[in-house]
Write a protein that binds this ligand. Sequence first.
Ligand SMILES: C[S@@+](CC[C@H](N)C(=O)[O-])C[C@H]1O[C@@H](n2cnc3c(N)ncnc32)[C@H](O)[C@@H]1O
Length: 229
Amino acid sequence: MAATQSPTHTLRFDSRLRDAGLFLREAVRTFRATGSVVPSSPALAGALTRHLTERPGPAPLAILEGGAGTGPVSRAIARHMGPEDTADLVEANAGMAAHLQDLVDTDPDFAPVRERLRVHAAPVEEVSREGGYDLIISGLPLANFTAGEVRGIFEHYFEVLKPGGRLSFFGYLYTKEVKAVIAPREDYLRQARSGWVVEEYLNRYGTGSEKVIANFPPAWIHHLRKPVD
Ligand SMILES: C[S@@+](CC[C@H](N)C(=O)[O-])C[C@H]1O[C@@H](n2cnc3c(N)ncnc32)[C@H](O)[C@@H]1O
């Protein structure tokens, strides 16, 4: 018997295909800021939202997503938000931010929490919230940035994070090894220097890391916690 698919399933597949098309176009145009050629997989989104799905209690969470892109992680955030949680979804690329706003306004996955989501078409370094955030989920391609830029981003995250708040972010596997072989020496050294800043933050605040193979490219997800005092 031939399998049939529901109209909702077909709608979601069409929507993801459009997301992937936009992501690829923007990656070709601005690879340094985009950092990948395809949106993150559900497995990566699941690991990045671990502190939302495994929340410690019923208290409402204020969430910040940096580098939302075409929204695969925003979708996971929306699905797991509690009844009083709020989220600022931040994307610096104006085209992707407009696409994300459209998704939030029209996609059924976002409908239950629509009123508590805010899309910001801005660099995440410019977004803050009175009282701070409980949870920051970052999709920024840190390996493409300079050490100074990476430090500036971490400093901002730790400034807007509440004491005891969590930060989850990812880095693709093997980029340093691949760059050692194919990239100009200056680019390899730039990535090594920005990697040291990431290491510094992991050593100071890291609570755990997990490897996600089911993503292109495979990635490490890192979880950090801001000390209470
Ligand atoms: C690797 S993509 C991840 C996109 C999406 N979160 C996902 O997982 O598919 C990185 C995204 O960060 C955005 N970005 C880069 N620098 C940014 C910044 N300073 N502030 C906000 N977004 C930024 C890029 O435009 C891009 O959409």
